[in-house]
Design a protein around this ligand. Structure first.
Ligand code: ARG
Length: 461
């Protein structure tokens, strides 16, 4: 493309080193869509003739078909997707093909393609997240009255409903869906018309190109338009955040699948065995997914480092922005797919959860709250309960196993009604404060989440 200026051909070594076609050919469709929108605008603005535009549009369609039929020959010496497509276009329709690059530079073209590509893929992430949320809601609906010990510091804390727990993930992933929505506002901005960096002397209409491509906004400043890769960084950050949420869920499920807990029964389809220990059922899928979060964090650091200290405007460093996004996209998509299936298949062991309620005095807060209701300050109630717990620990008993007379030794205000408070299920049911684990509150959370997802799926409320 730049033969005019050079006397010698580029060395093969340099060609290999600078070529990006292996990765950017993934957005051939966006490149063609972008070129079509650009050409239509050029004709509308009378920068090229209607006739030329028609020929180019037809030619682009042919190129697209060749690529999709696997007949297109990608050439390394043509560096990237943009030059490969333009070159083939000219081969097919002749000299007029060269007019496609009027009032355009690869600098704005690559940003446009990448923005279109990222926008499409982030919408796919959203869909997958919505499916995952739907599965979690279904599981929550079926486990409202299943009680298990909740932890803080991974130590027994208070009884909670399993549905409440699963809903926590629903609300985490809901934020991710919303984060994508918000990022899209900054991703769906058309840079076409910024040209190399300074705009153009041609009478272009960038807004028309943006509209044609379904982007609501157009760039404000041509220098920024070709330099900006915030949208890549932000997308990877959103991906990293999803992976972080996923990894926390995996970690919980890994712990729960350990037979010492036994809360979760690993579906055979999603478990792996050991080559030496015949009894083993390992949660490799969950571990791998947890591990992949690290890979996406790496991608985030990668793009942030590429951008740091980079002078304006386009520098070839920016070609390196594709890998971290593509890798994030693949990692995230496959992780979400596996996880959706896992949630569909997973079973919980209610009996084990109930058995473990009795370990670690998780009804102690209830006893303290009971004493508060009897008129004692919370601090004193905390102290008295602490002493009763220590007493029980020595005897190897639970709080609910003590007689009223035994408890009265610690506080004479304790009466028969204390057992109501020490009951695990009732303790859950009583937590009806906002967003709490009380069954009615859980039903509200489920209703809210279902309405939200219905709306996201395009339904009316
Ligand atoms: N392959 C390049 C990239 O991915 C396209 C833009 C090239 N622009 C240039 N001025 N060399 O960034």
């Amino acid at each position: 493309m730049w033969k005019g200026r050079f006397k010698e051909d580029t060395s093969a070594l340099v060609q290999d080193y600078t070529c990006s076609v292996e990765i950017d050919k993934k957005f051939y469709l966006e490149d063609i869509e972008g070129s079509k929108a650009h050409v239509k605008m050029l004709a509308k603005q009378k920068i090229i003739s209607e006739e030329d535009a028609r020929k180019i549009l037809e030619g682009l369609e042919k190129v697209k078909r060749e690529i999709e039929d696997g007949k297109f020959e990608w050439k390394k010496e043509l560096e990237d997707v943009h030059m490969n497509i333009e070159n083939r276009l000219t081969e097919i329709i002749g000299e007029v093909g060269k007019k496609v690059h009027t009032a355009r530079s690869r600098n704005d073209q690559v940003v446009l393609d990448f923005r279109l590509y990222i926008s499409k893929n982030l919408k796919k992430w959203q869909k997958k997240l919505l499916s995952l949320i739907e599965e979690l809601i279904k599981k929550a609906e079926n486990h409202i009255e299943v009680i298990l010990p909740g932890f803080t510091h991974l130590q027994p804390a208070q009884p909670i409903s399993l549905a409440h727990y699963l809903l926590a993930y629903v609300f985490m992933f809901k934020r991710d869906v919303e984060r994508i929505e918000d990022a899209l506002k900054r991703i769906e901005v058309s840079p076409l018309g910024a040209c190399a960096l300074a705009g153009t002397t041609h009478n272009i209409d960038p807004l028309c190109v943006a509209k044609e491509l379904g982007f609501p906004k157009v760039f404000e400043n041509s220098i920024d338009a070709v330099s900006d890769r915030d949208f890549v960084m932000e997308s990877i950050f959103v991906g990293a955040c999803v992976m972080m949420h996923i990894s926390r869920m995996c970690e919980d499920f890994i712990i729960w699948s350990n037979p010492y807990f036994g809360f979760l029964i690993l579906p055979d389809k999603f478990a792996t065995g050991s080559s030496i220990m015949p009894q083993k059922k390992n949660p490799d899928i969950l571990e791998l997914t947890r591990g992949k979060a690290g890979r996406v964090y790496g991608n985030l650091i990668n793009i942030m480092t590429i951008l740091k200290g980079l002078s304006l405007t386009y520098n070839r460093d920016l070609q390196e922005d594709k890998f971290p996004f593509m890798d994030t996209d693949e990692t995230l998509s496959s992780s979400l797919e596996v996880l959706i299936e896992f949630i569909k298949e997973v079973k919980f062991n209610k009996k084990k959860m109930e058995e473990l309620l009795k370990v670690g005095f998780i009804n102690a807060t209830e006893l303290a709250d009971y004493l508060v209701k009897k008129g004692i300050s919370f601090r004193d109630a905390h102290f008295i309960t602490g002493r009763i717990v220590a007493y029980c620990e020595e005897l190897g008993k639970g709080l609910e196993d003590l007689s009223v007379s035994e408890m009265k030794k610690f506080c004479p205000l304790i009466e028969e009604d204390v057992y109501e408070y020490l009951d695990y299920k009732k303790s859950v049911m009583r937590r009806i404060s906002l967003g709490g684990t009380g069954f009615d509150r859980i039903k509200e959370q489920i209703e809210y989440a279902k309405k939200w997802i219905h709306k996201k799926n395009g339904g009316s409320v």
